[in-house]
Design a protein around this ligand. Structure first.
Ligand code: UD1
Ligand code: MG
Length: 466
């Protein structure tokens, strides 16, 4: 399919979302809606892709959010005057281009590349000049109805709002996805008008045009109608998210991963998981997350854009973003790994530990209650409960560099910029402000005083406590 041109329509207002955000930027499994059709096109190897967006701030926002990830052109539609007008805006940038055009809607996220491939094969086999992707529903609702001739070929599409009561009974509907010869498309669009119930330029009118001008038309019935469901409201959004999440969980279940309570789990479309990993209740895995084999991801964990090695245990309610965790490490429960965290093999980050731009060497540990930011922790070093890197002076961030096999006693503050050599021992309750040489013992707390017999001098037990 490399040589076809794809046009994705995404300039509609999406008013039913009642949102300041353009509809196609609303998220499904943490990914913008529009990224779904764009990924399908990329999987098909289609090189020429255009997304029609509105010629205003919404259009800018859509383009800015996605142009970094997808190589596409962004033709603008000045006013949302209908689907035919949107395609015309794209064709203006395609002078001299010939061949087949695939037209799809930006708000139909579940339509996958496998189905599009079958759709294309049928279009080629039939030598059709226009093929419509269709579905058969019990109730066609607000979809356009496909009117077939005696041979079962489409001769028109009638929008629900323009249909007669008899036409409304037709169960075969238009998905809004088409394969069409570009010359036929150009000629059809030149003739389209807005003489209909919605006063819009209907792309669907190209079917009647094709038939009146002797071009061949065909339909391709999809086997699972859910793939062509579009999103018009927030309710549609969560319904489709549920379908997509269930589909992905089932995929992983049949590919060596145990997904417990799959109805509560959300695994994004770009996430990969290794064999014998196990996902527990209420887990969310999103973005470009890669999880190795034999990992255990505990209840409620949220992991976004992370790379996790083999045999890692992420215990419940840990939150990880833009982090790397190497094999055999343990994270959590209730740990927070912020962007730029790198955890070496066999390391341990325990409960209520927050890290940011911190590299923990092999076997290093921060087992309880710590904040480690802008830091490097050498192999096998151990940071006690309550260790804090003081990395910020209110204006700038500074780095803390800790050597190998260092032990930092509980409740210590490491005031950056700071370097602790290898094998340093920091006494509990220290505030370290100057660099420490290898193998030194450092304490900064005041010496302990003991005043004999003064334990009760300042307080009285109640009668009950005596
Ligand atoms: C359209 C089809 C209908 C089909 C349905 C499938 C027409 C006339 N009707 O109806 O037969 O059953 O899709 O979902 O095409 N858009 C623009 N610019 C515009 C108008 C729309 O870019 O001026 C985009 C929208 O953002 C959307 C797509 O085109 O992605 C479809 O538009 P929408 O208004 O949802 O069309 P429907 O009325 O649903
Ligand atoms: Mg629609």
């Amino acid at each position: 399919m490399q040589n076809i041109t794809a046009i994705v329509l995404a300039a509609g207002r999406g008013t039913r979302m009642k949102s300041a955000l353009p509809k196609v930027l609303h998220k499904l499994l943490e990914e913008p809606l529009l990224s779904y059709p764009l990924r399908a096109l990329a999987e098909l190897g289609i090189k020429k892709q255009l997304v029609v967006v509105s010629d205003d701030q919404d259009g800018d926002q859509v383009e800015n959010s996605l142009s970094e990830f997808f190589a596409i052109d962004w033709p603008r539609q000045t006013q949302a005057r209908g689907t035919a007008d949107a395609v015309t805006a794209a064709l203006k940038t395609l002078d001299g281009v010939s061949g087949t055009v695939l037209i799809l809607c930006g708000d139909v996220p579940l339509l996958g590349s496998e189905t599009l491939q079958l759709f294309y094969q049928k279009h080629r086999r039939n030598r059709s000049q226009l093929t419509v992707l269709t579905a058969v529903l019990d109730d066609g609702g607000s979809y356009g109805r496909i009117i077939l001739d005696n041979e079962g070929l489409p001769e028109a599409i009638v929008e629900a709002k323009d249909a007669t009561p008899e036409q409304l009974l037709v169960k075969r509907i238009n998905s809004g996805t088409y394969l069409v010869d570009i010359d036929l498309l150009r000629r059809a669009l030149a003739e389209t008008d807005y003489d209909n119930a919605q006063g819009e330029y209907y792309l669907t009118d190209m079917v009647a045009f094709a038939r009146q001008n002797g071009a061949s038309t065909a339909i391709f019935d999809i086997s699972d109608y859910r793939e062509i469901l579009g999103i018009n409201s927030r309710e549609d959004l969560i319904d489709l998210e549920k379908i997509m999440a269930a589909r992905i969980s089932r995929y992983w279940l049949s590919n060596g991963v145990t997904v417990r309570f799959p109805e509560t789990v959300r695994i994004g479309p770009q996430v990969t998981l290794g064999q014998d990993s196990e996902i527990s209740f209420g887990v969310s895995l999103s973005g470009k997350t890669e999880i190795g084999g034999s990992c255990h991801i505990g209840a409620g964990a949220q992991i976004k854009n992370c790379k996790i090695g083999d045999q890692v245990e992420i215990k419940h309610y840990s939150v990880l973003e833009d982090a790397v965790v190497e094999e055999n490490s343990q994270i959590g429960p209730f740990a927070r790994l912020r962007p730029g965290t790198e955890i070496g093999a066999g390391a341990k980050i325990g409960n209520f530990v927050e890290t940011k731009k911190a590299r923990f060497g092999k076997g290093a540990k921060a087992s309880h209650l710590a904040y480690i930011g802008d830091a490097e922790i050498g192999e096998y070093s151990n940071l006690g409960a309550g260790t804090i890197t003081c990395n910020y002076d209110g204006f700038k961030k500074f780095k803390t560099i800790i050597g190998r096999r260092v032990f930092v006693g509980s409740d210590s503050q490491l005031v950056a910029p700071l370097k602790l050599g290898d094998d340093v021992l920091v006494g509990a309750g220290s505030t370290v402000t100057r660099d420490v040489a290898d193998n030194a013992l450092v304490t900064t707390r005041t010496r302990q005083k003991e005043l004999a017999g003064r334990g009760m001098a300042w307080r009285r037990p109640s009668s009950e406590e005596q």
